[in-house]
Design a protein around this ligand. Structure first.
Ligand code: SAM
Length: 210
């Protein structure tokens, strides 16, 4: 007898990028209203899926433009039966301006592509233009958590947030409400860089009240 293909009863987890690059509401993304957190550049989704599993009371959106990573993350999310996670395949720089004002509790940006050549720096995510968007979209008291291994990117990104009145640097990375325990590796790239003994820099900022 031939095997029937296994039917996975899971909601469609991937959203249409066309819908999310024009102004949208979070009700268009998540069927159940809950606080929203967004991870930019999820890779295979290790962090996002752990966070979503640990905190079912929060909606998590994963933004990633590499389809092979996204497919991996989606199938893991389906296998774990997570209903509070959605994915979109889009350039993060294009989805940010479409997000509603004061609507996201937390952004996570871990090991973003460093674009080391000077002429490519404008492609980096953590720059002035995206800082303006992050300040607009975060709720008062919302958080931005960042990690990078790249010394030049690290030097360039800190003043972008330290010098803006909308953001206040936290004394340490993570803090109350952070989904992982201290010392737990954040992502696949963090594990890889730890093995390679590369520097790993981390910081968190809070969105000051308007
Ligand atoms: C170095 S990897 C880090 C992945 C993951 N955050 C981790 O730490 O394991 C950077 C990821 O960001 C994605 N990425 C880079 N630029 C992006 C952009 N503008 N929009 C969406 N995803 C992007 C890449 O495809 C890649 O998966």
């Amino acid at each position: 007898m031939r095997h029937q293909p296994l039917k996975i009863e899971a909601p469609e987890l991937r959203l249409d990028p066309e819908r999310l690059t024009k102004p949208f509401s979070w009700a268009d993304v998540f069927p159940v209203e809950r606080p929203v957190e967004v991870e930019i550049g999820i890779g295979k989704g290790r962090f996002l899926l752990d966070a979503a599993e640990k905190r079912p009371e929060i909606n998590h959106l994963g933004v990633e433009w590499a389809n092979k990573y996204l497919r991996f993350a989606e199938s893991r999310a389906q296998r774990r039966g997570l209903d509070n996670v959605r994915f979109v395949r889009v350039d993060a720089r294009e989805i940010m301006p479409a997000m509603p004002d004061r609507s996201v509790d937390t952004f996570y940006v871990f090991y973003p592509d460093p674009w080391p050549k000077k002429r490519h720096h404008k492609r980096r995510f953590l720059r002035e233009d995206m800082a303006t968007e992050l300040a607009r979209v975060l709720v008062d008291g919302g958080k931005l958590h960042v990690a990078t291994d790249h010394a030049d990117y690290w030097e360039a990104l800190q003043p972008v947030f330290d010098e803006r009145p909308e953001f206040e640097r936290q004394p340490s990375f993570g803090g109350p409400g952070f989904p992982l325990a201290e010392g737990e590796p954040l992502t696949h790239f963090e594990i890889k860089y730890a093995v390679e003994e590369r520097d790993r820099h981390r910081a968190s900022w809070i969105r000051r009240a308007r």
